[in-house]
Design a protein around this ligand. Structure first.
Ligand code: NDP
Length: 399
């Protein structure tokens, strides 16, 4: 039993909050705190009446002072950060000041660069250790479940893992010519950046969308997928024994890519502020304002996601392949919690990470990525809380 404070009340938080309420044996109390309090109140109204006690608050998570006051007022056992990556460090600072455990799903990014690096948060390792509190980084699906899958594969199936290919397929169709499935600003920053993969201890950089492969995904069918940089490549490259190469691929349809190319060509995806009618605006933030809100895609999205990792390594001196993946249906998620599968596949592991930190199973003073903990309780919880995993010992490999 424990009390969690959830910061942010967007697509991912909405799912995590539903799941905390379903899991009232672990979460007997939650506080939902975000920039727009009305969104928190709306969710409270929908979910209250169950066993989990819900309260709400307004907070600007860019302000350490406001966060510290809020945490001191409510005294949660864990803070689950589901705001945006820009708020990671202020929330970590507030957790340090109040000695409260911290969990997030995306690594810190300064507003003016799109680098997806852990260095800023890893710099907090000693501070968290000295304070005797745990920071669990990247407890979503990717990063998150992909790291848990890697730790599980290494624990149960390999002596060493040499190659990992992470495949993220969204076979969903929302019927719009162009929309993003999670925060458009973060999503477009991620896909318009250069690609890269980790090989023999160093990064190999590619142009955006330079490397394309086709893969036949169970539950979805054949899809084009493209190599992207993704934040878990950095931590898995360091934490998984024997790794020689790790790559990340995500599927994109032709329409999405054509629109994105056009938006890039006219400068709409830039994060450089421009002068507009006497005011400074960031083109990408303006674009976000005119695109469909990801939270509104739920009722319209049909189809499935299939996300997982293909491992190649050695067991008892022999080469072995192993594929761990989850298939999730957009409409089933919508019926259960009112969101599409991209928010669902992130919100469920966020709840699980917060639960494991809160109940002590994954507590260790310091700052850690998910693959640094015992994967078994997390894998069990995935099956229980809506993201059952499947395995294959003879997967098709990616060239
Ligand atoms: P949304 O934009 O839907 O939600 C973000 C929420 O944070 C909103 O409620 C927003 O408030 C709130 N917020 C933003 N800034 C502040 C602030 N300064 N103070 C307080 N609240 C603030 O994003 P998503 O739910 O799609 O994504 C949430 C996080 O999950 C992101 O960090 C994203 O990168 C991560 N993610 C991780 C994935 C994974 O697999 N690991 C996959 C998908 C997402 P308001 O309502 O006022 O706008």
């Amino acid at each position: 039993m424990g009390k969690a404070m959830i910061i942010g009340c967007g697509g991912v938080a909405g799912v995590a909050i539903h799941k905390c309420c379903q899991n009232s044996a672990a979460f007997d109390e939650i506080v939902i705190a975000s920039r727009t309090k009305s969104k928190c109140d709306k969710l409270k109204e929908k979910l209250q009446g169950g066993k989990t006690k819900i309260s709400t608050a307004q907070v600007d998570a860019d302000s350490v002072e406001q966060l510290v006051n809020l945490i001191n007022e409510h005294k949660p056992d864990v803070v689950l950060n589901l705001a945006l990556p820009y708020q990671d460090l202020t929330i970590m600072d507030a957790c340090l000041a109040t000695k409260t455990h911290y969990v997030d799903t995306a690594n810190y990014e300064p507003l003016d660069t799109a680098k997806f690096e852990y260095k800023w948060q890893w710099a907090y390792r000693d501070k968290f250790k000295d304070a005797g509190i745990t920071a669990l980084l990247g407890s979503g699906f990717d990063p998150g479940v992909t790291g848990v899958f890697s730790a599980y594969a290494l624990k149960h199936h390999f002596d060493e893992i040499n190659y990992i290919d992470i495949l993220d397929c969204n076979g969903g169709d929302h019927g719009y010519p162009f929309a993003t499935n999670f925060n458009p600003e973060i999503n477009i920053r991620e896909v318009s950046a250069n690609g890269s993969y980790w090989e023999d201890g160093k990064w190999v950089e590619t142009k955006p969308m330079e490397i394309k492969r086709v893969y036949d995904f169970e539950g979805v069918g054949k899809r084009d997928m493209y190599l992207l940089h993704h934040e878990e490549l950095e931590s898995l490259g360091q934490n998984i024994k024997g790794i020689k190469r790790i790559r990340f691929f995500m599927t994109f349809g032709e329409s999405y890519l054509t629109h994105l190319r056009c938006l890039e060509d006219v400068g709409m995806t830039s994060i450089e502020p421009i002068e507009f009618e006497g005011k400074k605006i960031v083109p990408l933030q303006f674009l976000k304002a005119v695109l469909p809100d990801p939270a509104s895609l739920g009722p319209r999205t049909v189809g499935k996601t299939n996300i997982g990792c293909i491992f190649t390594g050695k067991k008892d001196g022999k080469v072995k392949h192993y594929y761990l993946y989850n298939i999730c249906d957009h409409q089933e998620c919508y019926r259960e919690v009112g969101s599409q599968a991209v928010s669902y596949t992130t919100g469920v592991p966020a709840m699980i990470g917060a639960m494991l930190v809160m109940n002590g199973t994954w507590q260790k003073p310091g700052v850690y990525n998910v693959e640094e903990f015992d994967p078994d309780p997390f894998m069990e919880a995935l099956n229980k809380w809506g993201l059952p995993w499947q395995e294959s010992f003879q997967p098709a490999l990616v060239e």
